[in-house]
Write a protein that binds this ligand. Structure first.
Ligand code: PLP
Length: 320
């Protein structure tokens, strides 16, 4: 518990992690990917521009996974350099899961720090930092039904980073400013509940995802999936990113029509739900993807009936 510090959100935690590793640990290489959330992507780009840090992006495979052999080769090549690997546990747009154990082992083998953005997975998967060595890990309260506006960062006890915000001595000198006590309490309770009911939540949401995929495949012609949605072991159970044939409807009209029907989906990350602003993730996987790409995500409060309504609505909009 002495290794967890509360922040205002996942974005702040990720900014703190990357900036801290460069400033305090002397990191000169950040190995990351173009699929990261903008808070990681923009932080590493900024560090690449304003310091002597070199940013390396891992190649993305057609199924949205990262090339792990390339990671191993790069780590070996940079063996004697101070480096940070920053990769998200689950991609928020396509759901692909990273093999945390594998990346952690590689980081240890080649002496790299490991930061992982677990905003999409904490509260949904067991993550044990006693078993899997991770130096920095970030999370956000509202993703597991805690309050909005609170996040946290885990910093392995072996290392220290200095605070991003300077001022008072709150959070054991790690984050200045009066603590948002009610939000922190809410986050604590939410994570406790999330892990108490993990199995039921996983079973319920998996059923919803399987149902959606099955009905998309059987009732709507020419639907593909972005990422590795059909591989249950390597895809988050709460995310499906479907690629509809473009000629039928543009993504923005599809989103708008779903929105009007009271069905909240997004074209990219949830931050852009209701509008199609394009997706840097889908662009990085396949720049020629011209389909109408829609991201569906579920919570434990969704029902099979809502999935059926969504399918019916899609059929109506797409006139099939
Ligand atoms: N990282 C990932 C993977 C996310 O999905 C999000 C938000 O959707 C964030 C970071 C940012 O979290 P927050 O909205 O708490 O700043």
């Amino acid at each position: 518990m002495g290794e967890v510090f509360f922040t205002s959100c996942g974005t702040e935690s990720n900014n703190m992690a990357l900036n801290g590793a460069v400033r305090d640990w002397g990191v000169r290489h950040i190995i990351t990917s173009k699929l990261e959330h903008h808070c990681v992507l923009h932080s590493s780009q900024w560090l690449g521009k304003t310091t002597d840090v070199q940013v390396h992006y891992l190649p993305v495979l057609p199924n949205g996974h990262l090339d792990m052999q390339h990671l191993a080769d790069l780590l070996k090549q940079l063996q004697t350099e101070p480096k940070l690997v920053s990769l998200m546990h689950a991609n928020n747009e396509i759901g692909n899961l990273l093999n945390l154990d594998l990346v952690s082992q590689l980081c240890q083998q080649y002496n790299a720090y490991f930061h992982t953005d677990t905003v999409q997975t904490i509260g949904y998967y067991p993550i044990d930092v006693q078993k899997t060595h991770i130096d920095l890990l970030s999370g956000s309260g509202h993703k597991f039904h805690g309050p909005k506006g609170v996040g946290f960062i885990y910093i392995n006890n072996n290392h220290h980073i200095s605070p991003l915000l300077l001022g008072g001595s709150q959070e054991r000198n790690m984050r200045a400013g009066t603590e948002n006590v009610h939000n922190i309490v809410g986050l604590g309770k939410a994570i406790e509940l999330a892990y108490q009911t993990l199995d039921q939540t996983q079973a319920h949401i998996t059923q919803l995802k399987t149902h959606l995929i099955k009905h998309l495949q059987t009732e709507i012609p020419d639907v593909l999936f972005n990422g590795d949605a059909l591989n249950a072991q390597q895809s988050h159970y709460k995310i499906v990113n479907a690629a509809f044939a473009h000629q039928s409807e543009s993504a923005s009209l599809l989103l708008l029509n779903l929105d009007i029907a009271g069905i909240c989906t997004s074209g990219g990350s949830a931050c852009s739900s209701g509008v199609d602003v394009g997706s840097h993730v889908l662009e990085a996987i396949d720049p020629t993807n011209e389909r109408a790409n829609i991201r569906f995500s579920f919570s434990k409060y969704n029902t099979l009936e809502e999935v059926d309504i969504t399918i019916d609505k899609l059929k109506q909009i797409l006139r099939v």
